[in-house]
Design a protein. Structure first.
Length: 159
């Protein structure tokens, strides 16, 4: 013989907050859903397309322009064989058609990055990043540009 529970019991059980890591992750997903819906409603964000490195540079904030200009002169001096380009909305230096190094303007600093940087020797520990291949140096001000260390990194990139 089946016993029937009181009518209010199921409603209370359904209202209880689940416990544990999985339930916290589910709660985060649920909280993030309105943001995802807004992103989908507005469409995917498109990265800016620039025809030249000069146009990319001109579109950056003044502080970033200064840092990127110094890095640009540095790359021209150390690796004049690299061609300037714009890839993925960022300033980039190519060896032939292969991207070697890049600059990315973050809100409060500039990344000077290397597409195969994970394989580099980095005795000073300047490189940041956790991806399989790419690493970057964060440049907040001109004093952060350590020419001997950056030269060693760029030479590794052009081998």
């Amino acid at each position: 013989m089946k016993t029937r529970s009181k009518p209010g019991r199921r409603a209370k059980a359904a209202k209880k907050a689940p416990r544990g890591k999985a339930s916290r992750a589910a709660a985060k997903r649920t909280a993030a859903e309105p943001a995802r819906a807004r992103k989908l409603a507005n469409g995917p964000r498109k990265m800016k397309a620039y025809a030249t490195f000069d146009l990319y540079l001109a579109d950056q904030p003044a502080l970033h322009q200064r840092l990127i200009s110094v890095l640009r002169r540095f790359v021209r001096r150390v690796a004049p064989e690299l061609a300037e380009s714009v890839k993925w909305g960022n300033g980039c230096w190519l060896a032939g058609k292969a991207p070697v190094a890049y600059v990315y303007a973050a809100p409060d600093h500039v990344h000077f990055g290397f597409l195969r940087g994970a394989a580099f020797a980095d005795p000073q520990g300047l490189l940041h990043g956790q991806g399989q291949y790419v690493r970057h140096v964060k440049v907040h001000r001109l004093a952060d540009i350590d020419e001997p260390a950056f030269t060693a990194l760029l030479r590794q990139a052009t081998r």
